[in-house]
Design a binder for this molecule. Structure first.
Ligand SMILES: C[S@@+](CC[C@H](N)C(=O)[O-])C[C@H]1O[C@@H](n2cnc3c(N)ncnc32)[C@H](O)[C@@H]1O
Length: 278
């Protein structure tokens, strides 16, 4: 797919998914907490800092930083999707945060001056962007010298059965095309690519570590409901599939999830790759 086609499709898909992400926000944040904690600890924002969050989605990672920078500091919480920005705005209000500026912004074209911020956060964003190198160059430009970037992407597909089992099933059934190497996607920054992209953008990489997460589901129906709410491709395929195909896919997922059965459901593991750079 041409990059501009990808950008358009990605925008439409995230806009469509914003309500689902709002419905699943608390659940997603519980699962993602180890990654949020890693990123905030490494960013170590100080009172008075200005922190930029890119691809913030519902915004919770940045809101943890907002609490630390205090009333003299500021969080600029941004996302490409206006719908997601509204989700984040409602969440910040619920948390009573008053030092957050919400903005619709494409991370490939950051609308801020050079050296404008003390820190940048981005959890599960860069690997989905059409041109992550451009987004990282923009990040470098707006980050003041000595400021820190903390980011998380996903590790390799085989380390993330919570999403790759279903993804493989859709590919094997011919319902979605196989992923192209290095094309934007969930696993496109696994392995050494994250370090290479950071260094090419002029960053010095500090820690680059795996952070495990665990996705817990009551049963296959719970998995399917949550995947429809949060996964654009899964939602589209499921919407277009017949009742018979649904039954076949549910049975296949049940078989594949069997090794991950725990009391009360399934626990599917995942591995994020988290980095701090300056
Ligand atoms: C997987 S979600 C992650 C949301 C949030 N960071 C979290 O950890 O829960 C990816 C987010 O990236 C946003 N996004 C995708 N491409 C973007 C771009 N080029 N610039 C800014 N945000 C983008 C989407 O709208 C979506 O909210």
């Amino acid at each position: 797919m041409e990059l501009d086609d990808y950008r358009r499709t990605s925008f439409e898909s995230w806009e469509a998914m914003a309500p689902g992400w709002e419905r699943q926000r608390a659940q997603l944040e519980k699962i993602s907490a180890p990654v949020r904690e890693w990123l905030i600890e490494k960013l170590a924002p100080k009172s008075g800092d200005t922190v930029l969050e890119l691809a913030a989605g519902p915004g919770d990672t940045g809101f943890a930083a907002a609490a630390l920078v205090g009333p003299s500091g500021r969080l600029i919480s941004t996302d490409l999707s206006p719908g997601m920005v509204e989700v984040a705005r409602r969440r910040a209000a619920e948390l009573g945060l008053e030092n957050v500026e919400h903005r619709v912004m494409d991370a490939e074209r950051i609308e801020l001056a050079d050296d404008a911020v003390d820190g940048v956060l981005c959890r599960w964003g860069y690997m989905l962007m059409a041109d992550p190198a451009a987004a990282l160059a923009e990040t470098r430009r707006v980050l003041r010298p000595g400021g820190r970037l903390v980011l998380a992407v996903w590790g390799a597909a085989e380390r993330n059965p919570w999403v790759s089992i279903a993804g493989r099933m859709l590919v094997e059934r011919g319902l979605v095309p196989p992923p192209e190497p290095d094309a934007p996607g969930m696993f496109s920054m696994a392995g050494e690519r994250t370090r290479a992209l950071l260094e090419d953008a002029g960053f010095t990489v500090g820690r680059l570590e795996e952070v495990p997460v665990r996705f817990v589901y009551r049963d296959v129906d719970d998995y399917v409901l949550r995947a429809q709410d949060t996964g654009g491709m899964f939602a589209r395929v499921w919407r277009e599939a017949s009742a018979e195909e649904h039954a076949t896919m549910r049975a296949e997922l049940a078989d594949s999830f069997a090794p991950f059965a725990v009391e009360g459901g399934f626990e599917l593991p995942g591995v994020a790759l988290a980095a701090v750079a300056s």
